[in-house]
Design a protein around this ligand. Sequence first.
Ligand SMILES: Nc1ncnc2c1ncn2[C@@H]1O[C@H](COP(=O)(O)OP(=O)(O)OP(=O)(O)O)[C@@H](O)[C@H]1O
Length: 237
Amino acid sequence: MSALLTLERVSAGYGHQQVIRDLSLALGEGQLAALIGPNGHGKTTLLRTISGLLHPSGGTIALEGRRLDRLRPDQIVEAGIIHVPQGDLLFPEMTVLENLRMGAYLPEAAREEARRLEEVFALFPKLRDRQGQLAGTLSGGERRMVGIGRGLMAGGRLLMLDEPSLGLAPIVIDQIYEAIATLRASGRSVLIVEENAMRIAELADVLHLLDNGSFAWSGSGAELLSRPESLAAYLGA
Ligand SMILES: Nc1ncnc2c1ncn2[C@@H]1O[C@H](COP(=O)(O)OP(=O)(O)OP(=O)(O)O)[C@@H](O)[C@H]1O
């Protein structure tokens, strides 16, 4: 496995509060890796650190061997890491199409815009029908689709999704997960934060359980599905 993203002994937090401690992980090209674990244990903080919104207080982060941990967030996007945050952060007064196009602002992405737009519409056919609708009037599920679609418009090497199923109805979660399965099958590298470990276990190549800022367990989805009782204390199963 050639590592796409490598973290070595990364620590980060807010002010004097250290949230993640000495975390190491390697994500292979084309892999889907999941960060699981209880609320408030640092999953979002880890994504924010990788995308440069927080600077690590220690350790190194590299994409294909290139150090990222002192770069600005815009430089990290340019390097190929796309972060779809919790809460979608769409522009409510702009249409679906305008929001999607905002993702393709870098020169390489702008050249690819028409092709990528077709990919997004193939993944979320509903968005094709709603491309002229204002984002502020969309349902929660449609907003989530636009958020992920905008990330895909940027291209990149690694897509990071922070709890894409949060707050959605089960049927809509199924649609979002179907899209994630399609992305995985197409060979995209994905790092996803998911509260529902059992759901993501079916899709993930590897899962990392974050407990109090450290990895308490890492393993494959098949391992978790065959022995869920081993992690029951963490996952509330
Ligand atoms: N901007 C911030 N300033 C100070 N502390 C923060 C900030 N953001 C998060 N924290 C704290 O960092 C810790 C980890 O939060 P984080 O959001 O990374 O957890 P999480 O595992 O992603 O949980 P959730 O799924 O609820 O987002 C929590 O104690 C939280 O209160």
